[in-house]
Design a protein around this ligand. Structure first.
Ligand code: HEM
Length: 320
């Protein structure tokens, strides 16, 4: 019976393919703008190159922007919508407020892309390209970006609060948060390797440096110098204090040395299921780079649920 059901499903799918191109609705393609905006990748790369040269941390911020966009109803640029008196979006949700950066760089890219090809390239695709370039400009891998996303006309602060894991998350809840997005524990661990660049606020690693046992004593003492027990919530520290602006596998070497910055970072090497993989990545930069690139493509394939109203926004900060 099951076989019959299976066969009739295939037959139906084939019939649909005869009538329409054999592509799932919303499918992405690396060639999406080949005819309509062939220069888009070059524009994004050049603005990102300038931004990262001016401030390397901007590369890190752009990678995070992509993650925080994709984990909340798919990669749809929902995070870019400004709040208005009548609309509350994601920018001021807990994981994003005073924390996510890079909006002005996206604006600068969008202005140049609009000048070259008006009303064609979505803000969501710009974020996907910009984050790929950020990784590569900081010395990490590159990959072909799947394109053709649309921008949502909605955003959800409550979904941002619910879907994005926090710095106190346990290994099990990290696995669960990524599983909820169809990403495996291995992909979760690879993607976490983005914490080889960028910075975090004292507020988020204070507990770790004052209360946790699983921490290198010298590292804890260093971090305490600029992250007091009270006050200084906004004081920044690099995730990786050896090569803070290099997209390498140092994050995993740090975890093995119990020099993870956030409690959630060290959770990936704390006697649990991800230890073996962390050890592999710490000794094999190429394996990490390959897995990271693949996982970014997969995360980039998260699309808004059907029924979400979408468009190609003209200004990434507001609906058309
Ligand atoms: C696994 C769960 C994750 C947790 C709990 C987490 C949490 C955090 C926190 C608390 C910060 C510091 C924010 C601040 O101080 O304002 C941060 C920064 C950052 N995160 Fe994550 N993150 C996770 C996964 C990821 C993923 C998957 C990526 C990208 C693929 C990513 C990329 C970054 C980057 C690059 C920064 C530094 C940003 C900057 O310097 O502007 N994170 N993350």
């Amino acid at each position: 019976m099951g076989f019959l059901f299976g066969r009739s499903y295939v037959t139906l799918a084939l019939m649909v393919c005869v009538l329409a191109p054999c592509q799932a609705k919303g499918a992405l393609s690396t060639k999406f703008y080949a005819k309509t905006c062939p220069g888009v990748a070059t524009i994004v790369r050049s603005v990102m190159a300038r931004a990262v040269a001016k401030e390397p941390r901007m590369g890190a911020s752009m990678i995070r922007l992509f993650f925080h966009d994709c984990f909340v109803n798919g990669c749809d640029a929902s995070i870019l919508l400004d709040d208005t008196p009548t609309f509350t979006g994601e920018k001021n949700a807990g994981p994003n407020v005073n924390s996510v950066r890079g909006y002005e760089v996206i604006d600068a890219i969008k202005a140049r892309v609009e000048a070259a090809c008006n009303a064609t390239v979505s803000c969501a695709d710009i974020v996907a390209l910009a984050s790929r370039d950020a990784v590569n400009l900081l010395g990490g891998p590159t990959w072909n970006v799947q394109l053709g996303r649309k921008d949502s006309r909605t955003a959800s602060g409550s979904a941002a609060n619910a879907n994005l894991p926090g710095p106190g998350a346990s290994a099990a809840s990290l696995v669960a948060a990524f599983a909820a997005k169809g990403l495996s524990p291995r992909e979760m661990t690879a993607l976490s390797g983005a914490h080889t660049v960028g910075q975090a606020r004292c507020l988020f690693f204070r507990d770790r440096i004052y209360t946790e046992q699983s921490i290198n004593a010298t590292f804890a003492a260093e971090r305490r110098q600029t992250c007091p027990q009270t006050g200084g919530d906004g004081n920044l520290a690099p995730f990786d204090d050896q090569t803070p602006d290099a997209f390498d596998n140092a994050y995993f070497k740090n975890l093995v040395a119990q020099r993870g910055l956030l409690p959630s970072d060290q959770e990936l090497f704390n006697g649990g299921t991800q230890d073996a993989l962390v050890r592999k990545y710490s000794g094999n930069a190429g394996m990490f780079a390959t897995d990271f690139a693949k996982a970014m493509v997969k995360m980039g394939g998260l699309l808004p649920s059907s029924g979400t109203p979408t468009e190609v926004r003209l200004n990434c900060r507001k609906v058309n």
